[in-house]
Design a protein around this ligand. Structure first.
Ligand code: NAP
Length: 252
């Protein structure tokens, strides 16, 4: 059974590892190509966009894909929309793997906002030292809040033109430990953190650290996703694939 996994998350990588050596599945991994040194994948990997919905539909048909797993990041909404439309167009089964969002815990000082632009506005006009952990894509929104000092952490260095005026960049890839996150927040005298509600464990430590140090967090809610069959875990995705596997299908 030919499977295409749309990746870019730890869940996608874990699913890829789980399919290695399983003769029932012939899986290919797909990455957007955003990071310079993506984590090595155990599966054959293609890199780069497909060229929109039609490009993805063409890829699915040309490569005789039997099942599409969208395990992209919860904020990669364009890819998920494209996957939903291409799957409908080609009648290829699609499953989205979407990890649960983080939930506010007792002691958390969260302000929840709907998008990055509102997060920038929510910083207010009193100068603050802000830790921005939202990836590279949406940093330009913070040009509208130039009175703050920013510490920006991302996997790769962002393009200099996307940075707000007073920004220090730290490149690092999770997972992070709570003790290291506390040390980072103290070292940079951070008094507020901005993050997307990515969920998962790899970058959870910053929220625990913010709770311990009683720092406010501006939490950007997830964008609305298309209504497609969705599971929260890799284990559930494996069950879905196993149910769809039919030994009488060509070559399997
Ligand atoms: P996006 O806005 O939803 O997608 C933009 C375009 O990038 C898509 O239309 C597609 O191009 C291409 N693309 C995205 N994911 C792809 C994949 N796995 N394989 C092939 N092409 C892909 O996505 P994004 O927010 O820029 O995220 C890009 C990648 O980074 C995703 O794979 C995501 O899992 C990962 N990521 C994103 C975030 C985040 O905060 N957004 C955080 C961590 C990791 P075409 O239309 O040309 O096919």
């Amino acid at each position: 059974m030919r499977v295409l996994i749309l990746g870019g998350t730890s869940e996608a990588s874990a699913l890829g590892r789980a399919l290695i050596g399983d003769g029932r599945f012939d899986a290919t991994f797909s990455l957007a190509g955003r990071t310079q040194n993506p984590a090595r994948q155990p599966l054959p990997t293609r890199i780069g966009g497909f060229g929109g919905v039609d490009g993805l539909a063409r890829y699915l048909l040309e490569n005789r894909v039997d099942a599409l797993i969208d395990a992209t990041h919860p904020f990669a909404v364009q890819m998920t929309r494209n996957a939903a439309l291409a799957a409908r167009q080609t009648a290829i089964p699609l499953l989205v793997v979407n990890r649960p969002a983080w939930e506010k815990q007792p002691g958390d000082l969260w302000v929840t906002v709907p998008d990055v632009q509102t997060a920038a506005q929510a910083l207010g006009t009193d100068p603050r030292r802000v830790l921005l952990t939202i990836g590279q894509k949406d940093l330009s929104a913070f040009a509208s809040a130039p009175c703050h000092d920013y510490v920006i952490r991302s996997v790769d260095a962002p393009h200099p033109q996307s940075l707000p005026p007073r920004a220090e960049v730290i490149t690092a890839r999770g997972p992070f430990a709570v003790s290291d996150e506390c040390a980072l927040l103290r070292r940079h005298k951070v008094d507020l953190l901005v993050t997307k509600n990515s969920g998962g464990t790899a970058t959870l430590a910053k929220l625990v650290a913010a709770r311990l140090l009683q720092l406010p967090v501006i939490m950007i809610s997830r964008p609305a996703m298309p209504a497609v069959e969705t599971v929260a875990t890799v284990a559930e995705a494996l069950v879905w694939l196993q149910r769809r596997h039919r030994p009488d299908r060509r070559g399997v």
